[in-house]
Design a protein around this ligand. Sequence first.
Ligand code: NAP
Length: 336
Amino acid sequence: MSETIRCDIAVIGGGPAGLAAGLYAARGGMKVLIFERQMSGGQIVTTDWVENYPAFPQGISGADLGDLMTRQATGQGAELVLFVNITSVRSNLRGQWLLESDTDASYEARAVIFASGAVPRKLGIPGEDYYTGRGVSWCATCDGAFYRDKTVAVIGGGDAALEEALFLTKFARKVYVVHRRCEFRAAAIIVQRAAAADKLEFVLSSVAREILGDGTRVTGLALDDARTDCSPNHLPRHSRESGNPALSSTEEIHTLAVDGVFEFVGVDPVNELLAGLDALTSTGYALVNADGSLAGADSCDGLFAAGDLTAGPLKQVVTAAASGALAGFSALQYLA
Ligand code: NAP
């Protein structure tokens, strides 16, 4: 028989935003449940090293940072509910919110904070699905060690792509960063570090078209030439100009011989639970007011959102934690 468990504040998502929200809400004396469908810590635990979270001048591993945040939230009284997927949130018409899950239990909360974060985007090219787990990956920290002395391609030109490419140089013999433009979106300091790394080579103005394999494992990446002239002013190295032997070409299509492909082409917000509430941007991010409350119709009373799920110019651990703190604080004020 299913049971209904009551709490004051339900937090959906156990990454930096959800953990900070839970920390603040629990310190306000509320019964707080933090739901996480995987391990706690969120995307950060798959990041090798975090250098820009204040208070860690030497940096800290993503796993350690996630662990510290988890221990701090639970140490202050928030309760973690792991491996439970909340499948719907709806009003019970008595001023509370009913949360259904993929288990027998359902939950009732007076306020809900959505902090479900974002998931890595897929390219949607041929070979991607088939070779997932057979050479295609979205997590260098998880899979990097499988590529010791091998050759890999990293697709993308943002912070994640370049940071993870640098991490992969610890294992791989060669790391190609395949990017569709000549300029990188990543922070300048990371671009400079990548450009200086011995085992790393940029393949610019190149669009991944297909992941190739022998039926068992990835063997290469087919690339379309975006036909932009990436002059030497842009970056110091370019595969096609350096006569890279791993790159074979027929007119505009090039094949890069690699053993693995890591995709870091952005993230998509996990917004399914908000589908019925008129509070999403055109790109699917949660719209929030200045206090972190959902900016939808009146039916959003008692609903808040934080972290990578929300619209905003900066997606960092520090901004996720800060917006979680704000949502936790605002939920307390709402309940008061
Ligand atoms: P991002 O900043 O959105 O960059 C995505 C990259 O993938 C861009 O270079 C983009 O190319 C490329 N891309 C997108 N769609 C593509 C496609 N279909 N084919 C080929 N390339 C494609 O995403 P991210 O690097 O995952 O980072 C997400 C957020 O987390 C960002 O706000 C980032 O700053 C943050 N983050 C921060 C850190 C850090 O501070 N240390 C580390 C990781 C992530 P274009 O540039 O041409 O659009």
